[in-house]
Design a protein around this ligand. Structure first.
Ligand SMILES: N[C@@H](CCC(=O)N[C@@H](CS)C(=O)NCC(=O)O)C(=O)O
Length: 211
């Protein structure tokens, strides 16, 4: 049980998703710091853990895995006892739909298109109308699909843990915060989610600094 190691960085969206799953289920783990953008600091064998050079990677009792969806599914099956999965087929389908929307549209448009552009590439206040429109569309679609209290169904699921890190980054940038203000259902959801002990325990360094 206590031989779970997550390889990755505390600033990473996808590493945080894996950590949130572990925290919410109550699985002890250690984080082995891998700064994937500082290639010269990577352990020489990291390519064996993740041949595509990304984070996170997981090791549990000698079993190695990469790709966040596979890792999250493994943790839920091994340790979850039914947690984080909606009870019925339609809500499980909605959960997967939201997770894939987050991977394919929200991560590139909200995190890279807004947060990284504005906060790390010095585009503050100079984002293009197209980037803003793409991000706003992601928020509209997510708002329309989300349930009243949680993303999919009446209780916490993987979809909430996928969305949290992406929306936290969005909220850290001025343009992102403005976009979120126009999506009151998601802002209220984010305010509630951020109070969860798992969210507090896995805060991004940039989020910590902004408190
Ligand atoms: N498909 C991968 C995506 C993981 C991913 O994109 N991780 C980012 C950090 S959040 C990364 O490793 N980026 C390094 C790079 O792009 O070189 C997964 O689901 O695990």
């Amino acid at each position: 049980m206590n031989r779970v190691t997550v390889f990755g960085a505390s600033y990473s969206v996808y590493v945080r998703i894996v950590r949130l799953v572990l925290e919410e289920i109550g699985v002890p783990y250690q984080l082995a710091e891998i700064d994937i953008f500082a290639k010269e600091t990577l352990p020489p064998d990291y390519a064996d853990r993740h041949p595509f050079g990304r984070i996170p990677a997981l090791e549990h009792d000698g079993f190695r895995l990469f790709e966040t969806d596979a890792i999250a599914g493994y943790i839920v099956e091994q340790f979850g006892n039914g947690a984080l999965l909606p009870a019925d087929a339609r809500h499980r389908a909605r959960m997967r739909q939201i997770m894939r929307i987050l991977d394919n549209y929200a991560y590139p448009h909200l995190v890279w298109g807004i947060y990284v552009e504005e906060m790390e590439r010095d585009c503050c206040g100079r984002l293009g109308a197209e980037e803003l429109a793409r991000a706003a569309k992601c928020l509209t679609v997510l708002s329309d699909l989300a349930g009243d209290d949680y993303m999919a169904g009446g209780r916490l699921s993987l979809a909430d843990l996928w969305a949290l890190p992406m929306l936290v980054y969005l909220d850290l940038s001025p343009a992102g915060r403005t976009l979120l203000q126009d999506a009151p259902k998601l802002s209220a959801w984010l305010a509630r989610m951020r109070l969860r002990p798992a969210a507090v325990a896995t805060r991004f360094p940039a989020e910590q600094k902004a408190i």
